[in-house]
Structures are given as structure tokens and as C-alpha cells.
Write a protein that binds this ligand. Structure first.
Ligand SMILES: Cc1ncc(C[n+]2csc(CCOP(=O)(O)OP(=O)(O)O)c2C)c(N)n1
Ligand SMILES: [Mg+2]
Length: 283
């Protein structure tokens, strides 16, 4: 076998696509944390964003439209040794997949979820997604959603044009999930240069909380207030917006324990499957 044997696919992204930056951040963070690629699982959605795992030497799974989170959650509970990163688009995660996002914030499974927000359905040629900047309705804001749900533990936003910050946020998100503090949500503003080029909009429309000495990422209420105030000025926050603190003064974050106790060995799975099939017998 040669190196060529292990060459991942050539990306389908257009030149200038923000998704390149997300791929670089995932690979850079995994390498910085010295996570062997055989201990990494990238669960991707559909769309251009959903092809990101094709381009990496890692375990990967191309989930059904909107089903990154159930697939990634099952993976994380079945094999706690794995670092599980969900990676999908805004169309995938904020439209058909939005219900799963709400419950992931609530249940706090130990995984990273990176959503490449380009405000469009890129692969299918530019239909409006829930984050499209159209006048008919306000854009969906997943950071505000995450901040508002009790149980959420890590809410961040990066911009593909700020690669150093994005790498740092990705490292922090992976550390959060691997320490089993729970669900690390990282939205990445990732412009689609072909159908919705938002580089200049975001260049002048962001407030970097990592550079803001007044921002306390452990204060959920202040984070909500900040995001709301910024919105009224046409801005949105980027950086580590909220991370639930640990310690005796804070409620423990929810950890769903049931699925982790399943016997995930091949023999255990086979027995469970036989029982399940038996339970559906009607004659
Ligand atoms: C069940 C189902 N319905 C529709 C599609 C068609 N489809 C492919 S990509 C896509 C949109 C992807 O948008 P997004 O998740 O934002 O990814 P992007 O291409 O913008 O990165 C859709 C609707 C599909 N793959 N599966
Ligand atoms: Mg999209």
C-alpha cells in the first residue's frame, strides 16, 4: 500500500468556501490534542458541509438529512472511547434537524456539534435556509436557542475567516466533550461564495467576545443579554459565549446514563438484537 491508498477524497467545495476552514479546524484540533484518527468519528449531515468527513482520514458516517445528532449521540454512548464530532449544515441542522438540536442541548450528550452556517442550502443550489438573511422573517439563531435551554453546557460561534480563533474554539469544544461535560455546540459562520457570499456582511457584523474583557462566559444570563443587545445593533457574538461552570456552587449538568450502560460488545449487541426482533413477533 502507498500513501495514495489512504488519500481522502478531493473536496467538492468551491474556492473560497468557508467549509475548508471548518475542515482545517477539525483536523488541526484533533492533531493538537494528539487524538489518533482511529479514535475519531465524524458524523456528517447532507449538503456540501456533509461531505467534510470524506476529505479526512478518520472514521466517518454520512447521516440522513437532519439526523447528525441522533447518530452522533448513539455513537458517543455506544463507544465512550471515541471522540465524536457531528458536522453539518444550517439547512440540515436548523430546519429538518432542529428538533434534535433542542433535545441535544437539553440532554447534553458528550459530543461536539459544528454547524456550518452559510445561510443557504448550498449543495442544492441556493434555496433559503432558516438562517437566510431575507426580509420575510428573522433569521433563526441557534446560539440564542442554546443559551435559553436549561441543560446546555457549551455554546460558541466562530467565523471561517478567523482560523486561529476557530481552531482554539474547536480544541475547547473537543476538550469539553471528551471530559464528558457534555454537548459542545460550535456554530461556524461559513460563507457560500457561490450562492450567498456573506464574508463582507460578517466582516463588519461581529462582536468578538474573546476580546471583550467585560464578557464572562460562565454567566448565562449576561450572555443572553449581550446577544440580544448586539442583535438590536445588527451584530452577533463570536467566540466562547457560554460554558457552564463546574464546581460545588453549580448544578451538575445533565448526563443521560441509560444508553451508556448498554453492552456495546459485538456479542452483547447480537443478543440485544435477537431480543428486540423477538419482541416484534406477532405469531
Ligand atoms: C431527505 C432528503 N431531502 C432532501 C435532500 C436534498 N438535499 C441535499 S443537500 C440539501 C441542503 C443542504 O443544505 P445545508 O445543510 O445547509 O448544507 P450546505 O450545502 O449549505 O453546506 C438538501 C435539501 C436530501 N439529501 N435528503
Ligand atoms: Mg447551508
Amino acid at each position: 500500500m502507498t500513501t495514495k491508498t489512504f488519500d481522502p477524497a478531493r473536496p467538492i467545495f468551491c474556492a473560497g468556501c468557508g467549509h475548508f476552514g471548518v475542515q482545517a479546524a477539525i483536523e488541526g484540533a484533533v492533531d493538537a490534542l494528539e487524538i489518533p484518527r482511529h479514535d475519531l468519528m465524524v458524523v456528517a449531515g447532507i449538503g456540501c458541509s456533509g461531505t467534510v468527513q470524506n476529505n479526512m482520514v478518520t472514521y466517518g458516517y454520512h447521516a440522513l438529512h437532519g439526523r447528525v445528532l441522533p447518530t452522533a449521540t448513539g455513537t458517543a454512548y455506544a463507544n465512550p472511547e471515541l471522540t465524536v464530532i457531528g458536522a453539518g449544515g444550517d439547512g440540515d441542522g436548523y430546519a429538518i434537524g432542529a428538533g434534535h438540536l433542542v433535545h441535544a442541548f437539553r440532554r447534553n450528550p458528550p459530543l461536539v456539534y459544528m454547524v456550518m452556517n452559510n445561510g443557504t442550502y448550498g449543495l442544492t443550489k441556493g434555496q433559503d435556509s432558516p438562517t437566510a438573511l431575507v426580509n420575510s422573517a428573522p433569521a433563526f439563531d441557534a446560539v440564542d436557542l442554546g443559551l435559553s435551554i436549561p441543560g446546555s453546557t457549551f455554546v460558541a460561534r466562530g467565523f471561517a475567516r478567523f482560523p486561529d480563533q476557530l481552531l482554539d474554539l474547536t480544541i475547547q469544544a473537543i476538550k469539553h466533550a471528551r471530559a464528558r461535560r457534555g454537548f459542545a455546540f460550535l456554530e461556524v459562520l461559513s460563507p457560500c461564495v457561490t450562492y450567498n457570499d456573506t464574508y463582507s456582511t460578517w466582516d463588519s457584523g461581529l462582536h468578538d467576545v474573546d476580546q471583550d474583557p467585560d464578557h464572562d462566559p460562565t454567566d448565562r444570563v449576561e450572555a443572553i443579554r449581550l446577544s440580544m443587545n448586539l442583535k438590536s445593533e445588527g451584530l452577533q457574538p463570536v467566540g466562547l459565549i457560554y460554558q457552564r461552570p463546574v464546581g460545588p456552587d453549580h448544578d451538575p449538568a445533565p448526563q443521560v446514563s441509560g444508553p451508556a450502560q448498554l453492552d456495546a460488545t459485538p456479542a452483547g449487541n447480537a443478543g440485544g438484537l435477537a431480543d428486540l426482533m423477538e419482541s416484534y413477533r406477532i405469531y
